[in-house]
Design a protein around this ligand. Structure first.
Ligand SMILES: Cc1cc2nc3c(=O)[nH]c(=O)nc-3n(C[C@H](O)[C@H](O)[C@H](O)COP(=O)(O)OP(=O)(O)OC[C@H]3O[C@@H](n4cnc5c(N)ncnc54)[C@H](O)[C@@H]3O)c2cc1C
Length: 283
């Protein structure tokens, strides 16, 4: 196996231009597990750990956005100052693996793997994140919904790498919750991100582990917008119950070795209802 360790983004893109099908290595917390388990064979690797441009983040208070480089780790995202700008993403980050995993695992790697159970992805979906891709030929941006194609399949082309992701910094309450087979070090059996925006008075809901990719819930979001009171942070019990039903209806879960479709559908309803009540604590 050949391993190239570029020291800059330009060098990484040139290496990919020479070997468009080379495998990218970030923290290795997904890739090394696959290699060690014999589930994946690779002959050429481009390791990104020394590419400083991917390891930075930038907050633009005028545009109201946060750019997070693909090489930023979940440990950094869980901490200040990122945690204050995107609290739900920080909550999701704190649920990823163990402290050791979070110090190695990157958001770019979570996107690269594109598992419907990836903890960062429901929050990025609820935030309508933009994914930035680059190759030696140029850069392009994709809405996350277009980037995620199928379970563990993305719209990334040979020769491209993910340089980062941009999310809005919103004023309203936001949160992330997941259910697994134990309380820590667990892949989500079902997960939910709920984001509110006080400017547009909108509620955005995304579900993880209950579909081929992370799912947004347009019906539940529309219903919530019409039935919550942003000024008094209020939602009636009956409206909350209907929101739960709509969230459950939008799930497309399957039975697998981790859980049943029926339990997953039930769990996303519980989590969605819990998050809406936290966002709007008054009846
Ligand atoms: C013990 C353990 C516990 C875990 N727990 C969780 C958990 O609770 N929640 C969770 O979501 N995940 C979990 N994971 C999975 C993993 O930690 C995450 O998916 C992590 O974000 C992967 O990031 P990484 O930097 O390690 O990626 P890598 O393993 O380096 O790469 C993952 C994939 O993304 C590609 N890739 C990496 N960087 C880029 C880039 N810049 N551009 C394009 N493609 C790229 C790689 O080629 C590879 O296909 C766990 C893993 C382990 C080993």
């Amino acid at each position: 196996m050949s391993v190239i360790v570029p020291a800059s983004l330009n060098d990484a893109l040139q290496a990919l231009a020479r070997s468009p099908h080379a495998t990218l290595l970030a923290g290795g917390t997904d890739l090394m597990v696959e290699l060690n388990g014999g589930h994946r064979q690779v002959s050429e690797v481009v390791a990104l750990a020394r590419v400083a441009e991917l390891r930075t983040w930038h907050h633009d208070p005028v545009a109201g956005v946060l750019h997070i480089g693909a090489g930023v780790t979940y440990a950094e995202i869980a901490d200040e100052p990122i945690a204050s700008w995107v609290p739900a993403l920080a909550q999701a980050a704190r649920t990823v693996g163990s402290p050791q995993i979070r110090h190695a695992a990157t958001i770019g790697g979570n996107l690269g793997t594109c598992s419907p159970a990836g903890d960062g992805l429901p929050v990025l979906a609820a935030l309508d994140a933009t994914v930035h891709l680059a190759s030696a030929a140029g850069a392009r941006d994709l809405p996350l919904a277009e980037f995620m194609v199928a379970p563990k399949r993305t719209a990334r082309l040979p020769g491209e790498l993910i340089t980062g992701v941009t999310v809005p910094v919103l004023g309203g309450w936001q949160g992330y919750s997941k259910v697994g087979v134990r309380n820590a070090m667990v892949i989500a059996v079902a997960s939910v991100a709920l984001v509110t925006d006080t400017v547009t008075e909108s509620v955005r809901l995304a579900l993880g582990s209950v579909g081929p990719t992370v799912l947004r819930c347009p019906d539940a979001e529309r219903f919530a917008r019409e039935h919550v009171d942003f000024e008094h942070r209020r939602v009636a019990a009956e409206a909350l119950q209907r929101f739960v039903e709509l969230a459950r209806d939008e799930a497309r879960p399957i039975d697998d070795h981790r859980s049943t479709a029926a339990y997953r559908r039930h769990a996303v309803g519980v989590l969605a209802g819990r998050l809406l009540r936290r966002a709007f604590p008054n009846e």
